[in-house]
Design a protein around this ligand. Structure first.
Ligand code: SF4
Length: 305
């Protein structure tokens, strides 16, 4: 299963998620990752799955008549690790006018061929949480050869080459990358990159590591004011801001959790739904205070509050 949704997203409207990476295959192992720890940390690009199979799933969904505002490459790991990403974007552009977005951690944009792959996309949302190598290691725990300075330079290069929109996401974790000194360095890096928007986020969803903690709204606003005018806070503190999901599926998941503690993988396998789609519902139930995450033998379970 390579597609999920369309799921409602505050930033992208109804977004059809495309997942072309095996679960938690990534160039980073971010302490805040809501998918849990990275199991395959790599910078080697591979095909992973057959592009024709992925395209046929997308075509089928597009012909279903459901509202789709964006086709979004995101999912279980870093999408630019897939060698056929460029081919897929080009093929999608041939069959639909729905805009294509790519959510990426930006680490492979140091390679010219990877930047080229993203050219036909309409929107690229790279993330940048660190401006120094030291903080890059603390928050993103990168593959050993990755250098944040080179990544910042390549994001600036990409800005000059790419004609679409760039929304830069910055994830802030308390006591890790939120010091005034570091924010000033991030500001300098961002001024080189010149994104169309800067989107500030914090660790609202259950993170991979317990020590990844959120900033409060006051702290985020202070940082927003220190950054550029085109900076906005996207962390969803207020549950009223959430676009309603399918109540039926929400109830089914809640009933499952009330029966016994279950993991994300358990729910996804039992309902035949993609993990990212299930996460949307889990986050909603967490925000409503109906469930809570608990750790047991290294696995994250959800149980009633
Ligand atoms: S880049 Fe994304 S998928 Fe990879 S570890 Fe960080 S948050 Fe998780």
């Amino acid at each position: 299963m390579h597609i999920y949704g369309p799921v409602p997203s505050r930033r992208l409207g109804f977004s059809l998620g495309i997942d072309i990476i095996p679960f938690k295959t990534c160039t980073l192992d971010c302490i805040y990752c809501q998918l849990g720890p990275t199991t395959q940390k790599t910078i080697r690009r591979r095909e992973f799955f057959s592009p024709s199979e992925i395209l046929s799933q997308i075509k089928k969904k597009l012909s279903s008549g459901q509202r789709i505002d964006y086709i979004t490459f995101s999912g279980s790991g870093e999408p630019t690790l897939n060698l056929v990403l460029g081919q897929l974007i080009r093929e999608i552009k041939k069959i639909t006018s729905v805009p294509v977005a790519v959510l990426t951690n930006g680490t492979l944009l140091t390679r010219k061929n990877v930047r080229k792959v993203l050219m036909p996309a309409d929107l690229v949302v790279p993330s940048l949480d660190a401006a120094t190598q030291d903080i890059f290691h603390k928050i993103n725990r990168p593959y050993k050869s990755l250098k944040v300075k080179e990544i910042i330079n390549s994001l600036s290069q990409f800005r000059q080459e790419f004609k679409g929109s760039i929304w830069l996401e910055v994830m802030l974790a308390k006591g890790v990358n939120d010091s005034l000194t570091h924010i000033k360095k991030l500001k300098k890096a961002i001024s080189k990159i010149k994104p169309d928007k800067i989107q500030l986020n914090t660790v609202i969803r259950p993170p991979a590591e317990w020590f990844a903690r959120p900033l409060n709204i006051k702290e985020l606003k202070k940082i927003k004011n220190l950054l550029e005018k085109n900076c906005e806070i996207i962390a969803e503190f207020d549950k009223k801001e959430q676009i309603p999901l399918s109540e039926n599926l929400e109830d089914v998941i809640l009933t499952m959790i009330q029966r016994r503690p279950v993991t994300l993988t358990d729910i996804s396998a039992s309902l035949g739904k993609h993990k990212n789609e299930i996460l949307k519902y889990l986050n909603f139930l967490l925000k409503e205070g109906k469930i809570r995450p608990v750790s047991h033998k290294g696995l994250k379970y959800y149980e009633p509050s």
